[in-house]
Design a protein around this ligand. Structure first.
Ligand SMILES: C[S@@+](CC[C@H](N)C(=O)[O-])C[C@H]1O[C@@H](n2cnc3c(N)ncnc32)[C@H](O)[C@@H]1O
Length: 368
């Protein structure tokens, strides 16, 4: 049976599937494989060895099942939430692992909007075979929510069966989504989140690999896991990052539907605020006359020799009444030429950035 598109139908189908397949409450049922005990002995330590350090930390296990991983996670974690949407399954998990007093067992669907998890409260979110039981849209929503729940610097680990079924258990029907791995990479890479101070965060890929136990025992390379870390978005090369970019972009008074050309967009920090991307040389590129409402560029025009020719192009590409804003280190220029001396502002911003780098010099060099 194909998986349903609508979330309601999808939920019903996945729940029915798991009610039927978890009736036995065994490792075989959790792994949907007749050789589960042997595989489990080999793959469980392998999976656990890949996790970033979580001693004393706040951990959340989604789709915990009867607790193949719960007990081991509980031994090191500070606090652990183990969540599963099948009542009998999470009760079995509690009967096995309930002696770990740092674990809260929750019967809940991970897609439920009512989950009461505070933002930035979790160090590690762990799931082993969960996202393949969610629709594409549900994976996208959950990825965004996971990112909110994570502390800055926190990690997400997930492992999924890709391309096709791996376990040999017979099933009447199978609503599992065996996706191409690039789907998961695209969704998690696309997660961005601002905080109340105007910083942007993103998920940075720490590792993506297949589970060796399945390669060795089943010649199966389709068991793939990912580790992501929530980090500050490093999309700005120019001085002042998001702070000065926001200030300059606000001066453009952009309106919905306006067309903006960002010349020399770099690694895309400003694109987060308003745009999409194209590779082209602005000294040879041709656009039709009267194309853009605004042309913006920052720390770019100083690198171009024939500035008058470039400005002639900008003039043609701008719609009548359009704006060109450029900041080349010391000048802020509109077509109607507003020149402002921003030296003091940039001295202050540069000093702040220098102090931040000095404070965290080793981490900065390693990251670089
Ligand atoms: C293949 S089992 C894996 C269990 C465990 N993680 C393991 O590796 O042994 C998948 C588990 O995810 C749970 N599950 C599936 N969809 C879920 C959802 N939307 N919310 C919570 N749990 C879910 C199922 O009930 C089942 O226990």
């Amino acid at each position: 049976m194909a998986a349903a598109n609508g979330c309601g139908q999808e939920r019903e189908m996945q729940k029915t599937y798991w009610v039927e397949n978890s009736a036995d409450l065994t490792v075989e049922a959790m792994m949907l494989d007749s050789k589960a005990s042997d595989l489990d002995k080999e793959e469980r330590p392998e999976v656990l060895s890949m996790l970033p350090p979580y001693e004393g930390k706040s951990v959340m296990e989604l789709g915990a099942g009867i607790g193949r991983f719960t007990g081991e996670l509980a031994q090191k974690a500070g606090q652990l939430i183990a969540m599963d949407f099948i009542d009998n399954v999470i009760k079995k998990n509690e009967s096995i692992n309930g002696h770990h007093k740092n674990v809260k067992f929750l019967c809940a669907d991970v897609t439920s909007p009512d989950l009461n998890i505070s933002d930035e409260s979790v160090d590690l979110i762990f799931s082993n075979w969960l996202l393949m039981y969610l629709s594409d849209k549900e994976v996208e929503n959950l990825a965004e929510r996971m990112m909110k729940w994570l502390k800055v610097g926190g990690h997400i680990f997930f492992r999924e069966s890709c391309f096709h079924q791996s376990g040999d258990s017979k099933r009447k029907y199978n609503p599992t989504h065996y996706r191409e791995p690039r789907f998961y990479t695209r969704v998690f890479k696309g997660c961005h989140m601002p905080d109340s101070s105007g910083n942007f965060f993103e998920l940075s890929l720490v590792s993506c690999k297949c589970i060796g136990a399945y390669v060795r025992n089943k010649k199966n390379q389709n068991q793939i896991c990912w580790i992501w870390q929530k980090v500050l978005h490093r999309g700005f090369v120019s001085t002042g990052g998001i702070e000065t970019t926001k200030e300059f972009v606000s001066k453009l008074e952009l309106k919905p539907g306006q067309k903006v050309l960002d010349v020399g967009c770099g690694i895309g920090g400003r694109g987060l605020l308003y745009g999409h991307f194209e590779v082209a040389d602005c000294t040879t590129k041709k656009y039709p006359d009267n194309t853009f409402d605004v042309i913006y560029s920052r720390d770019t025009i100083l690198h171009i020799q024939d500035k008058p020719a470039l400005f002639r192009s900008f003039y043609k590409w701008l719609k009548p009444g359009g704006k060109h804003m450029a900041r080349c280190l010391r000048t802020l220029v509109f077509m109607r030429f507003i020149a402002e001396d921003r030296t003091d502002q940039f001295k202050e911003v540069l000093q702040r950035e220098l102090n931040a780098v000095e404070k965290d010099k080793d981490a900065f060099i390693e990251d670089f």
